[in-house]
Ligand binder design. Sequence first.
Ligand SMILES: C[S@@+](CC[C@H](N)C(=O)[O-])C[C@H]1O[C@@H](n2cnc3c(N)ncnc32)[C@H](O)[C@@H]1O
Ligand code: SF4
Length: 396
Amino acid sequence: MSGELAAQALSGLGDRPFGVYVHVPFCAARCGYCDFNTYTPGELATSAAGAQPSTWLAAVRRELELAARVLAAPPMADTVFVGGGTPSLLGAGGLAEVLGAVRETFGLASGAEVTTEANPESTSAEFFAGIARAGFTRVSLGMQSAVPHVLAVLDRRHTPGRAAAAAREARAAGLEHVSLDLIYGTPGETDDDLRRSLDAALGAGPDHVSAYALIVEDGTALAARIRRGALPAPDQDVQAARYELVDGVLSEAGLHWYEVSNWAASPAARCRHNQGYWLGADWWGFGPGAHSHVGGVRWWNVKHPARYAAVLGDGHSPAAGRESLTGKQRATERVMLELRLAEGLPAEALDDAGLRAARAAAADGLLRPDALAAGRAVLTDRGRLLADAVARALIP
Ligand SMILES: C[S@@+](CC[C@H](N)C(=O)[O-])C[C@H]1O[C@@H](n2cnc3c(N)ncnc32)[C@H](O)[C@@H]1O
Ligand code: SF4
């Protein structure tokens, strides 16, 4: 079994926040816009045995054993995030087993944040009660929209009211944090449609919302529909105006941005697990296609669940590749990720050319001059619309 980490990568392990991600690669059906590493029962039926939830869990357990050996003294997990795919397809019992296995290997730090993603249609009041009992503290529900014609273009299976109802059930079950994902800029969506979705989301009382501009990913059914002219492509200017609408409505309701695509009701409601990704913490991603980062070493697993189970079954590491980040790579990633945060990026992360670019961006109204004078590069409202372009200009 390979997958060893150099002593240098392991030094200081546990001094930095440690996150555990578990990838559940199953969905009941594929949404037309999605290119995540996930498989429907139909897609799995034609592949080798070993690509079913039960064999997946056995393989994840083996990867946990591997992690225990490689890390020697696995740190307590500060955050656990079960994502997908559709983790709620495992049911509360399956998710409890996953969390139990993570607990056995890592243990949970006191006050750990334990999140699962869930699709509204595979949840119920009993489901939320079950995951709360198992120790989950947070749920992130894929709402996307509350408008029937928008949900139809996105190929979503849930009825327009189900996501908000699920969020209420999650709250009632005692989950401390409830987040809703929205997508804006879907072809055919109007400003009023988006307002309706935002009102429906806010009506359910979430303490966190993620809102993403629809991205047309190559190879998806949505891309094919746009290519053959059955749907118009999303319009960049419309998406920018919609972002402003989202930000205005959420801020008005007391949810404030802390990352370009994420809003929270308080600092305690921010997703600590994702903050770990953005701030360069350590995490081990378990499951097919999952990515990991420990002490400047990054690796990623084989993508297909059958291959993942087979490699682990043969006693090998499921890593498909790995790299030690160079100083330049780390600096680049730091700018790309931290500039998107409301706290911004410390100016000392920039070289002279980056600082000059930051001053130019401040003069153009894209970075806050007051924050820059105080030593941080912080996006203005207009800068948030161009976050990636501003970051590229600042890269060392
Ligand atoms: C990996 S998905 C998993 C969540 C869950 N399976 C669901 O769909 O409800 C996480 C979120 O990514 C967002 N997402 C996925 N594909 C996207 C795309 N092409 N454009 C914009 N957002 C996307 C959606 O908001 C989705 O809820
Ligand atoms: S349910 Fe979520 S992960 Fe599955 S295909 Fe749809 S967007 Fe992708």
